[in-house]
Design a protein around this ligand. Structure first.
Ligand code: SF4
Ligand code: MG
Length: 341
């Protein structure tokens, strides 16, 4: 079975409470609001969306850092949503995370050798000289000089610090690595190096990645599949270049038009679609299609009827879109909002 992770009808709501003695729930943030996703062994699934779309919350649910409100998450066929503390600890050996901020996620007062060795310490594996040897092997694997074992994070550049994070994530040979915007804080030239490293490691170690980003161009060259999220939902997902060639959801099309493109021909073809208004509050998502207040194609049906995430006419089963009026090939979207009677 090549299915590694199966996210099934997952909701993650954060209650907002008020009151000093009796904390009463007054509202809830619908951070993840009904997501189904599969991750196959050895692939990279890119998850893309603006900040606040729920992608980081979803990532934390997949790693077991957040309990889910509803739904279930299967890892190698076993439900992780109801795991005990001990079960969760064992599961966390198989799933690691790489964070956005290589500065913030490394303790400045600790030597990198001991930081990278943390997972061994937490799980009571490899002591003393054995641990040191394994940490130095990891440093070499990610392109760091093993002789820099005793240095502090401040003595490394931003790109090197992200390599420290990668080495730490690899320590226990996880089956899945969730990369939460691992290159957003880095210079463009360094971004490519870190992405190449992650790609090489995937080939060498047979890793599976969930790769989170806010820019479709960042995940393009690492992802076997891309899912676009908006307000807690997946609105479109597709294999390989399908979504880049022909985005079907108006939001995905807008996001793609805003992505930085290296190819000047492509840049010329892609007219920038500027969306009107901000992402609505996830406390009270719009009824019907939650993109309707900003959608250039919105019609009356969109206000009342929530579209299902299913393949649209002419699309392969691997390319579902949650939209009643998907973008047709060659169609040009204007950023102006349609008037709904
Ligand atoms: Fe736009 Fe309607 Fe499609 Fe929603 S369902 S994305 S409002 S056209
Ligand atoms: Mg890859």
């Amino acid at each position: 079975d090549d299915l590694l992770v199966s996210v099934e009808g997952v909701y993650k709501h954060f209650p907002i409470r008020q009151g000093i003695v009796f904390k009463r729930e007054i509202a809830r943030v619908h951070a993840v609001d009904g997501v189904d996703l599969q991750v196959r062994r050895g692939e990279t699934l890119g998850i893309v969306g603006e900040s606040g779309c729920g992608k980081s919350t979803l990532a934390r649910c997949i790693t077991g850092l957040h309990p889910v409100t509803r739904g279930r998450i299967l890892f190698e066929g076993a439900d992780i949503t109801g795991l005990s503390k001990a079960g969760l600890k064992a599961f966390r050996r198989d799933v690691q995370m790489i964070f956005q901020d290589p500065y913030g996620s490394l303790n400045p007062r600790r030597r990198v050798g001991s930081i990278i060795g943390d997972p061994f310490a937490i799980h009571g594996l490899a002591d003393g000289a054995d641990r040191k040897r394994r940490v130095q092997e990891l440093m070499e694997l990610v392109g760091l000089n093993p002789e820099h074992y005793n240095r502090f994070p401040a003595e490394f550049s931003g790109g090197q610090r992200q390599r420290i994070g990668v080495a730490r994530a690899l320590a226990l040979r996880p089956k899945l690595i969730v990369c939460d915007e691992p290159v957003s804080a880095l210079d463009v030239s360094i971004q490519a190096q870190v992405i190449n490293l992650l790609n090489d490691l995937q080939g060498e170690l047979g890793l599976t990645y969930v790769f989170i980003a806010h820019d479709l161009s960042v995940v393009r060259h690492v992802s076997d599949r891309v899912a676009v999220m908006y307000l807690g939902r997946v609105v479109e997902s597709a294999d390989g270049e399908d979504l880049y060639r022909a985005p079907r959801h108006p939001y995905a099309a807008a996001l793609l038009s805003a992505a930085s493109v290296a190819d000047p021909d492509e840049a010329e073809r892609a007219e920038r679609i500027v969306l009107i208004g901000d992402v609505p509050s996830p406390v009270d998502p719009p009824k019907g299609c939650r993109f309707h207040p900003r959608c250039p194609k919105a019609r009356e049906r969109c206000v009342s009827e929530d579209p299902e995430l299913v393949p649209r006419e002419g699309d392969p089963p691997s390319h579902p879109t949650a939209c009643h009026f998907p973008v047709e090939p060659g169609e040009r979207l204007s950023g102006r909002q349609a008037v709904i009677a």
